[in-house]
Design a protein around this ligand. Structure first.
Ligand code: PLP
Length: 665
């Protein structure tokens, strides 16, 4: 198995490499959920339709886009995957309901916060129509966007999040239009708002309530649940609410009980506990004569980002079908124990619906690696620090047998001391520029040899210094994208995403690299990767060839990443491409739509720089130079036109020559 080969030189020695080696090296089977694999040509293949043979070559799509003049990064959306996810979710609940003899149905809602793009919402609603799949909104804008989409009267629109008076009024207007728009009480002070508006309109408001559970999740999103979570009513508040309803003091009808444990629920044990807790509350309400008929288990259905590493903070230990089964059987058991009717089940699964459908394709525009050099001898007059390093290399070469990590650590520590001595000597002016450069080359050659030996030594005995050396030796792949714009959860909460070269997978990767983005921020890099062990700090990559673009796919990007990204360095929205599977088309797909990314002008306008004003200022600068005779008028016009053209440029690098550079540091 090539994944445990460690140094670039080891990787080069892999013999008998086939695309299936790449499949396992990049763990496509673990996180791809059947949608992604590697084809015989060594390209990533997308199988967007569950259970069907249709296979789209992702590299074909990329070549197609290049021929159409589309630059990268580009977010490629596979609309059929969205459809497939909605079907999969609903079918899993239907199956669990049948299997358990559950006495009611499932009616999911899509929380649009996960990905608000209109095409995403429309695709989900279209795929969900046979199942009555509805929507969830969490803000004023989301409410305004979703309400007009409620075609069917039975489809739900659940309104979570903080509310103001005009939002409540619109929710109640939705009810007057005959739609199932349920404001969900998140805090007890919202009751007054609801009461006031319902009385004003002379209607009985149908509402839901979010219960604050004791159970809380684990991992990166655990703060959404538990007793101290931001939202939800405590049991004391719920008792007060029920007393007021029963006393006829509130013009509301409570129809839904809701909880949300947090995104990416790690294990079914926690989910089951939360469902038990919420179902007890539901049954208690029924026993008090409150005819609640929906139980909403919130979001949190997880996505396997992590290649089977169970220790990762975002790891999950179940499949979608297990989740549905756990919800259905737990609600049934508790209701049967309590003698309560089975409620209609609702889940607000977002991540699990959208994550798989989009892939961000980025181009590596350069590769920076350490330059290492060995020399046979040093000149007589060489600086003593250089001679000492040379002698350390000699000691290492003389040790022919396996070296212990402690031996290697000792040699490395010595070399590092020499390195800081060398830096001091350079600052004091006693070491020349040439000698410093030579020292660095010798040092990296020495480091690579230490690392090669350390990688084959017992990993349990590897020292921190040896690990640090391994990280220093990786190549930096400069990629045409912004971590802050496109992969914000990686930067903000350390969420790892699967990354795979989308072509050349029929060749063994020969380098170890990390990705660095275009922003001028040192955080703008990706140096943690999904793996079985969770501690992977590099990715196996191919040598970038001059004049041949090298593309990487950043997978499972469809949930939250598109929408939460920020404008660091004013990098804008990336180009989006909507791909549909079609067996009758060459390559089994067609591109339905291309939405070009934000231009420089659009991005600047967001921070109040306007093209007219900038144009005028630039014109003034040029005119001054022309008047002073430092620039010919013709040159001035050309310069201004070039500047103006930039307004229409994408915010990312234009790589029309597809040239990549490899440089050494
Ligand atoms: N419902 C609520 C109330 C949420 O806050 C969220 C997001 O965390 C979701 C649903 C969607 O969760 P997920 O995308 O994990 O399914």
């Amino acid at each position: 198995m090539p994944s445990d080969l460690s140094t670039p030189s080891d990787l080069q020695q892999v013999v008998g490499w086939t695309p299936s080696h790449a499949d396992s090296l990049y763990h496509l089977a673990s996180w791809g959920d059947g949608y992604f694999g590697v084809n015989g040509e060594g390209h990533v293949a997308v199988r967007p339709v569950r259970g069907a043979d249709t296979s789209i070559d992702l590299f074909d799509v990329v070549r197609d886009l290049r021929e159409r003049g589309i630059g990268f990064p580009a977010l490629i959306r596979f609309q059929d995957i969205l459809k497939s996810r909605v079907q999969h979710l609903n079918e899993a609940f239907i199956e669990a309901i049948e299997k358990s003899g559950y006495g009611a149905t499932y009616q999911g809602v899509y929380p649009i916060k996960v990905n608000q793009l209109r095409e995403v919402l429309e695709e989900i609603l279209a795929a969900g129509e046979p199942y009555g799949h509805g929507l969830e909104c969490g803000s004023k804008s989301e409410l305004v966007a979703t309400l007009p989409y409620l075609a069917d009267r039975d489809v739900l629109l659940l309104c979570n999040g903080s509310k103001d008076r005009e939002m409540v009024r619109l929710m109640l207007a939705g009810q007057r239009l005959g739609k199932r728009v349920f404001p969900i009480l998140e805090r007890s002070d919202e009751i007054g708002l609801l009461e006031g508006e319902a009385r004003g309109l002379g209607v009985e408001a149908e509402i839901g309530v979010r219960v604050r559970l004791t159970t809380r999740g684990a991992g990166l999103w655990s703060e959404s649940g538990g007793e101290h979570s931001k939202f939800g009513l405590s049991l004391t508040e719920i008792i007060e609410l029920v007393d007021s309803i029963r006393a006829g003091q509130l013009p509301v009808r409570l129809r839904l009980v809701h909880f949300h444990l947090g995104s990416q629920i790690a294990d079914l044990g926690t989910l089951t506990q939360a469902v038990e807790e919420a179902t007890r509350v539901y049954a208690w309400l029924r026993a008090r004569g409150i005819d609640v008929d929906y139980l909403d288990v919130g979001g949190g259905l997880g996505v396997a980002y992590e290649a089977g590493n169970q220790r990762a903070l975002s790891a999950i230990n179940y499949e979608l079908a297990d989740y549905a089964q756990a919800v259905v059987s737990t609600v049934k058991r508790v209701c049967d124990e309590e003698g309560a009717p089975h409620p209609t089940l609702v889940s607000e699964s977002g991540r699990a619906v959208t994550a798989h459908h989009s892939v961000l394709v980025v181009q590596a525009v350069g590769n920076r690696r350490k330059v290492a050099r060995r020399v046979e001898a040093l000149p007589e007059e060489a600086h003593h620090i250089l001679r000492e390093l040379f002698s350390l290399q000699g000691q290492l070469d003389a040790a022919t047998g396996p070296s212990t990590p402690q031996d290697l650590d000792r040699l490395l520590t010595h070399a590092r001391e020499l390195r800081s001595e060398m830096a001091g000597a350079f600052r004091r002016g006693t070491l020349s520029v040439e000698d410093k450069a030579l020292f660095e080359q010798l040092y990296w050659a020495f480091g690579m040899e230490i690392d090669r030996r350390a990688q084959v030594a017992d990993p349990m005995q590897r020292t921190r210094a040896l690990d640090a050396l391994a990280s220093e030796l990786v190549d930096h792949y400069h990629c045409n994208f912004s971590v802050f714009r496109s992969m914000v959860d990686y930067w903000a909460i350390g969420q790892r995403f699967p990354i795979v070269p989308i072509h050349r997978l029929d060749e063994p990767p020969t380098r170890r690299g990390i990705l660095v983005d275009l922003t001028c921020d040192s955080d703008g890099k990706v140096d943690k990767f999904v793996s079985e062990t969770g501690d992977k700090r590099h990715l196996e990559l191919h040598d970038v060839r001059p004049d041949e673009p090298y593309y990487l796919g950043l997978f499972l990007m469809g949930a939250y990443q598109d929408i939460m990204g920020d404008m660091h360095n004013l990098f804008g929205r990336v180009t989006e491409v909507h791909v549909f599977a079609d067996e009758n088309e060459p390559g089994s797909y067609y591109i339905e739509e291309i939405l070009t990314g934000a231009t420089v002008e659009e991005q600047l306008a967001l921070v109040q720089y306007h093209a007219n004003d900038l144009d005028r200022r630039m014109g003034d600068l040029i005119r001054q130079q022309v008047s002073a005779g430092r620039l010919r008028p013709n040159e001035g016009v050309k310069l201004l036109n070039e500047y103006r053209r930039m307004f229409r440029s994408m915010t990312y690098l234009a790589t029309e020559t597809d040239r990549v550079s490899t440089n050494v540091q």
